[in-house]
Design a protein around this ligand. Structure first.
Ligand code: ADP
Ligand code: MG
Length: 292
C-alpha cells in the first residue's frame, strides 16, 4: 500500500469516527477473519442497573441492600456502581466499612460493622465455601433473561441475589449481522457467567461464546483463536481487555472506554459502537482496491 492512499483512507476513517494509530492498522483490520468482542461496555451500553433483588428468606431487603452498597462502595467495577446507585436512589444510609478488598473478575470481600460480607459471582462465593443452593432457582431465572446475578453472603451465609441488567447498544445486533455478512467469524469473550452471556449473545446474533473468562484469560482466548492461523481482531473497552487487545493481531478500543484499553489498541472507535468496525472494514477494502 502506498503511504498516500493509506493517509487518504485513514483520514476518511477519522471522519467516520475511526482512529488508526498506524497506517497499516487499516489493512490489518480488513484482513482479520475473526472478530472477538468483549461483552460489557462493547456490545452492551456498560451502564448496568439493578432490576431485581431477591433477599434470602428472613432477610430485610433495605438493610441488605445498604450492606451490599457499603461493601461495593470502594469498587470501581460497573456492577458495583449500579448497586451503590440503587441504594442511593432509595436514600439508604450506608453502614461504615472496616475492611475492603476487590477480587478482580470475581467480586469484593468486605467487613461491614463487624460482619464478613462477600458480593460477587456464583463462582466466587462457591469458592469461598458458601452454600448457594437456596438461591439457585432465582439465579438461574435471572441469568436466563440476560441479567447478571450478583450474589451476597453475610457471615458465610447466602443472603440474597441481585439482578443487574445492561442493555445492548442499539446498533450492536445490526453491526454483528454486517460483520457476518462480510464473512467474519464473531466470538464473544466475557467474564460474565455462561447463562447470562448466552442470553446476551443470542440477542446480539452471536453463537460462539466464551464465558466465565477471568481477566488474565482473555488474552489466552485470543491466542487460541490465532492458533489455527486465523488473523484475529479483539474489540474491548475495559482495563481487563488490555492484554487481549495487545495479544490480538489488531486491537480495537471503544473510544468511550478506559484509557488503558485505548493505549493498548491499534484502532479506536470514537463513535463508541461496533458499527465503527463495519465502516472501517468497508473503507479499508475500498482503500486497498484503490492501491492495487
Ligand atoms: P466482564 O468481562 O463482564 O467485564 P469481570 O472480569 O470484570 O467481567 O468480572 C467477571 C464477573 O465477576 C462479573 O460478571 C461479576 O459476576 C463478578 N464481579 C467482578 N467484580 C464484581 C463486583 N465488584 N461486584 C460484583 N460482582 C463482581
Ligand atoms: Mg468491557
Amino acid at each position: 500500500a502506498t503511504p498516500v492512499s493509506i493517509m487518504v483512507g485513514t483520514g476518511r476513517a477519522a471522519s467516520l469516527g475511526v482512529l488508526f494509530r498506524q497506517g497499516d492498522a487499516l489493512q490489518a483490520l480488513a484482513g482479520a477473519e475473526v472478530i472477538a468482542l468483549d461483552k460489557t461496555g462493547t456490545l452492551t451500553e456498560g451502564k448496568p442497573r439493578l432490576t431485581e433483588f431477591v433477599p434470602a428468606s428472613g432477610q430485610d431487603r433495605a438493610a441488605l441492600l445498604a450492606l451490599v452498597a457499603a461493601a461495593e462502595s470502594r469498587s470501581e467495577h460497573p456492577l458495583a456502581r449500579a448497586l451503590v446507585a440503587a441504594a442511593e436512589a432509595e436514600q439508604l444510609t450506608l453502614p461504615a466499612i472496616d475492611a475492603f478488598e476487590a477480587v478482580a473478575g470475581h467480586g469484593v470481600r468486605a467487613r461491614v460493622e463487624g460482619r464478613a460480607v462477600l458480593v460477587g459471582s456464583e463462582r466466587f462465593l462457591s469458592a469461598e465455601g458458601i452454600d448457594m443452593s437456596p438461591l439457585a432457582a432465582d439465579a438461574a431465572r435471572l441469568a436466563a433473561s440476560g441479567t447478571t446475578p450478583v450474589f451476597v453472603a453475610v457471615e458465610g451465609k447466602a443472603s440474597g441475589v441481585l439482578a443487574v441488567a445492561d442493555a445492548l447498544k442499539p446498533s450492536s445486533a445490526a453491526a454483528i449481522a454486517a460483520l457476518r455478512k462480510l464473512g467474519r467469524r464473531v466470538v464473544m469473550v466475557t467474564g460474565d457467567g455462561e447463562a447470562t452471556a448466552r442470553a446476551v449473545a443470542r440477542a446480539a446474533g452471536i453463537d460462539d461464546v466464551r464465558a466465565g473468562i477471568l481477566p488474565e484469560g482473555k488474552a489466552a482466548v485470543v491466542a487460541e483463536l490465532k492458533a489455527g492461523g486465523a488473523r484475529v481482531a479483539f474489540v474491548g473497552d475495559g482495563i481487563n481487555d488490555a492484554p487481549a487487545l495487545a495479544a490480538a493481531d489488531i486491537g480495537v478500543a471503544i473510544g468511550t472506554g478506559t484509557d488503558v484499553a485505548i493505549e493498548s489498541a491499534d484502532v479506536v472507535l470514537m463513535s463508541g459502537d461496533l458499527m465503527g468496525v463495519v465502516r472501517a472494514i468497508g473503507l479499508s477494502r475500498a482503500t486497498m482496491r484503490n492501491i492495487r
